[in-house]
Write a protein that binds this ligand. Structure first.
Ligand SMILES: [Ca+2]
Length: 374
C-alpha cells in the first residue's frame, strides 16, 4: 500500500526566535570566490518512475556485482531489494529496533567494496532510545557486528549517509546532535563525533575506532565521493537561511578541515559562535537560501553515460520544494554554472546511482524515479 504523502518537511529547520539576519556579514570562500548561486534553468534530464508504494524510502542504489537489482531503505527499518519489474523483497528487517521520526529511522546504507565476494553491508539507524547505531551485516548469514553507538541529545540532526571512501574506509556523516544553533556546542568540538564527517577501517575486525575527518557540520544528511576529482561533496542542511553544497579535497595527511557551523551558516556569519581554528576553514562551493528550499539533499557527480550533457556535473536537490539543480565543478576548487533543472522530485530524500552510474531519486512519498533523456 502506498504511504500517504507527508506535507510536513522531514528535515525542516527549527524556528529560532532570535533570527539570523541582523548585522551579519557575507564571507568569501577560502579560495576568495563567493559561493556559487543559481544562474538559470536547464533540462538535462526528465524523471521516470520505476517503483512506488515504498514506505518513506531514504536510499536507493546498486550493489557491487549486482547489475539487475536496486536496493532501497525504508525509513521505518527495512532494507528491500527491487527486482526487474519492481518486485520487492525484504532482505533485512529492523523495524522492531528502529524509531521513526522526522529525522530518525533507517537512514544510511553502504555496500562493502568487495560485496560481490563477501556479501557485507553496513546500516545506520536511530534505535528505540533515539541514539545512533551503525552495524555490519552479511547477507545470507545471521547476526551482525556492532560498529558504532553515539548518544543523541535531541531527536533531530542525526546525519544519515554511509559511504566507502576511495581509501577503503567507511565514512559516516553525523549532525550536531540537534536543537537549534548547536546548543550542545558539538560541531566545533573536535573531541566529539557529533557535527562531523567520521571514518573507520572496518576490515581490521573487532570494534573499529572512528576518526574525525571534517568538523563544523550541522546536519550532513547526504554526502558522496567523486573518485574522478578525489573530492567529497556534502549537502549540509541549514538553519533558518542558507543551504550549502560543500566540496572538500581529500587530504588525509592534513588536519581535519572546518566547515564552519555554527559560526557560519553557508557563507553567512552568525553571531556569538566561536571557531576552533585548528583546521582550515572551508566555505561552501555553492549555496541557496530559503527562498528556494529549506533542506538540502546532497547528491552525486554524474559519471554515467546516457546523459552526456550532464557528464561531470554535481546533481543535488531540496526536500521541501522538490527543486533539483546541477552545477559544474571548477578546476581545482569551487563550482559554477548552477542551473535549476526543469525536473522536480517532491520530498527528495536521496540521489543514488545504478550499476551503470545512472541517476536514481528516492522520495519520502514512496516513489523511486530514474533520470532519463528529457
Ligand atoms: Ca558550512
Amino acid at each position: 500500500m502506498r504511504s500517504p504523502a507527508c506535507a510536513i518537511p522531514l528535515f525542516a529547520c527549527l524556528a529560532f526566535a532570535a533570527g539570523c539576519g541582523d548585522g551579519n556579514e557575507t564571507a568569501q570562500s577560502d579560495a576568495g570566490v563567493p559561493a556559487a548561486r543559481e544562474s538559470g534553468t536547464t533540462a538535462h534530464f526528465a524523471l521516470r518512475r520505476v517503483a512506488s508504494g515504498l514506505v518513506r524510502p531514504t536510499y536507493v542504489g546498486a550493489a557491487p556485482g549486482d547489475h539487475g537489482n536496486l536496493y532501497v531503505l525504508e525509513q521505518p527499518g527495512r532494507l528491500v531489494r527491487l527486482g526487474r519489474g519492481g518486485r520487492a523483497r525484504t532482505l533485512i528487517d529492523l523495524r522492531h529496533e528502529v524509531v521513526t521520526g522526522a529525522e530518525q529511522g533507517l537512514l544510511g546504507l553502504a555496500f562493502h567494496p568487495d560485496f560481490a565476494r563477501n556479501r557485507r553491508l553496513y546500516l545506520h539507524w536511530t534505535d528505540r532510545r533515539g541514539d545512533t547505531r551503525v552495524a555490519e551485516f552479511t547477507l545470507g548469514v545471521g547476526g551482525r557486528r556492532e560498529l558504532l553507538f553515539v548518544d543523541q541529545p535531541e531527536e533531530n540532526h542525526n546525519g544519515g549517509q554511509l559511504a566507502f571512501g576511495p581509501d577503503g574506509r567507511l565514512y559516516l556523516g553525523l549532525g550536531d546532535g540537534g536543537g537549534a544553533l548547536d546548543p550542545h556546542d558539538n560541531a566545533q568540538d573536535t573531541e566529539t563525533l557529533l557535527g562531523k564527517l567520521i571514518s573507520a577501517d572496518v576490515d581490521s575486525g573487532g570494534r573499529p575506532s572512528w576518526r574525525v575527518e571534517l568538523y563544523g557540520l550541522r546536519n550532513p544528511w547526504r554526502f558522496s565521493f567523486d573518485a574522478g576529482l578525489n573530492d567529497v561533496w556534502i549537502g549540509d542542511v541549514g538553519q533558518d537561511g542558507v543551504e550549502e553544497v560543500n566540496r572538500v579535497a581529500l587530504e588525509p595527511d592534513e588536519p581535519p578541515k572546518n566547515l564552519g557551523w555554527p559560526a557560519y551558516e553557508g557563507s553567512l556569519r552568525l553571531p556569538d559562535a566561536s571557531l576552533d581554528t585548528s583546521g582550515e576553514l572551508v566555505f561552501p562551493a555553492a549555496e541557496y537560501t530559503h527562498a528556494d528550499g529549506c533542506s538540502i539533499t546532497g547528491g552525486v557527480v554524474y559519471r554515467g553515460t546516457r546523459l552526456p550533457e550532464l557528464a561531470g556535473r554535481y546533481v543535488y536537490g531540496d526536500f521541501c520544494t522538490g527543486a533539483i539543480w546541477s552545477l559544474e565543478p571548477k578546476p581545482g576548487h569551487g563550482a559554477g554554472d548552477v542551473r535549476r533543472e526543469r525536473a522536480r522530485q517532491q520530498q527528495l530524500t536521496h540521489i543514488g546511482v545504478d550499476s551503470e552510474g545512472e541517476l536514481l531519486f528516492a522520495s519520502a512519498s514512496g516513489d523511486i524515479t530514474r533520470a532519463v533523456e528529457p
